[in-house]
Design a protein around this ligand. Structure first.
Ligand SMILES: Nc1ncnc2c1ncn2[C@@H]1O[C@H](COP(=O)(O)OP(=O)(O)OP(=O)(O)O)[C@@H](O)[C@H]1O
Ligand SMILES: [Mg+2]
Length: 198
């Protein structure tokens, strides 16, 4: 049986920065991730780690190569199928602030993916949101606040909650703790570890 979750083959993502200049942010990356496996990607600042993550999800369109997730080719999916697929593959962003709409309450931000993927009734969705806040170590009542009313570490937890809310099979975590102080880093890494085992 094939337990492969993700396969990336010869992926390239080039950015055109001017008429003459092209940045080869991702250049010929091949990797695979099996179920239950954690793959770490290490490299200096600007080497293309974030671009690779976004290219796998097609948040940034790759220039060439192939991404296969759950046996389906991401690179060939239309918008609707891609949206459906994103329920199962989620990203925790390096900068959680940028991925949280400043005008929406946290509970609405967290509910949105459930609405998009038509998961549960209104009451069930609210319950999932409250329990997810608690899973990431936040009080359920925090759902009424906006993103700017949290500390950096709390926002990172919200980013994690948002990524986990649809119970994805694969999470791409883009330096989820690099902006946090050491004690909060440990908490978040332990949390991710617990979730990975769950
Ligand atoms: N939208 C963009 N347009 C043009 N160039 C970009 C764009 N996004 C990133 N780049 C460039 O692509 C390269 C890779 O950037 P990326 O953000 O993927 O690096 P990274 O490895 O995640 O770095 P860091 O460790 O600092 O987060 C960099 O040279 C960056 O300047
Ligand atoms: Mg990065």
């Amino acid at each position: 049986m094939n337990h492969e979750l993700l396969s990336v083959q010869e992926l390239k993502t080039y950015y055109r920065v001017s008429r003459k200049k092209i940045v080869k942010a991702v250049d010929d990356v091949t990797l695979s991730v099996k179920k239950g496996e954690i793959l770490g990607i290490v490299g200096e600042s600007g080497c293309g780690k974030s671009t690779l993550g976004k290219s796998i999800l097609r948040l940034t369109e790759p220039t060439a190569g192939k991404v296969t997730f759950l046996g389906q080719e991401m690179t060939g999916l239309n918008a609707k199928d891609l949206r459906n697929m994103r329920r199962h593959i989620q990203m925790i962003f390096q900068d959680p602030y940028a991925s949280l709409n400043p005008r929406m309450k946290i509970k609405d931000i967290l509910e949105e993916p459930l609405i998009v993927h038509q998961l549960g009734t209104k009451a069930e969705r609210r319950e999932v949101v409250c329990s997810m806040l608690e899973i990431v170590g936040l009080d359920a009542s925090y759902g009424d606040r906006y993103a700017h009313q949290f500390s950096g570490g709390q926002r990172q937890r919200i980013g994690i909650a948002k990524a986990l809310i649809t119970k994805p099979k694969l999470i791409i975590a883009d330096e989820p703790v690099s902006a946090l102080d050491v004690s909060v880093q440990a908490q978040i890494l332990n949390l991710l570890n617990d979730l990975q085992e769950a």
